[in-house]
Design a binder for this molecule. Structure first.
Ligand SMILES: [Zn+2]
Length: 121
């Protein structure tokens, strides 16, 4: 999976040891927590956009905490889509301006002819 700009890493308190970094096997002895290797913290990698879409598709049943970063990811994503659409529209307009009506008619006839031959053959 390729990383994208919505991938982030959060640092969370290790639930296994409550951020202490140690497993208290008995009153007098302890070992470094196997979950966080004694740091008391865990790195949580996730994708804000995927989470936002996931929650949106779960009809309110998702138990995922959504915050302002998810909304910013959605807004950023839709702005990207919008600018891509604008670019496509501009390119389409350039193509449109490039072709004269005669060239367009010739091209349309050629494509129609080609499609008809494909249907027959
Ligand atoms: Zn831990």
């Amino acid at each position: 999976m390729t990383p994208d700009k919505y991938d982030i890493t959060d640092t969370l308190t290790c639930e296994s040891c409550a951020g202490q970094g140690y497993d208290w096997s008995d009153k007098w002895e302890y070992d470094p927590c196997t979950e966080c290797q004694g740091t008391g913290r865990l790195q949580y990698k996730h994708n804000l956009l995927k989470e936002a879409f996931f929650v949106a598709n779960q009809d309110g049943r998702a138990r995922l905490h959504i915050d302002h970063r998810h909304l910013q990811a959605l807004i950023s994503h839709f702005n990207d889509l919008l600018s891509e659409l604008t670019q496509i529209e501009q390119e389409a307009q350039q193509i449109d301006e490039f072709f004269t009506p005669e060239a367009r008619a010739t091209l349309t006839a050629a494509v129609t002819d080609m499609l008809q031959r494909q249907d027959k053959g």
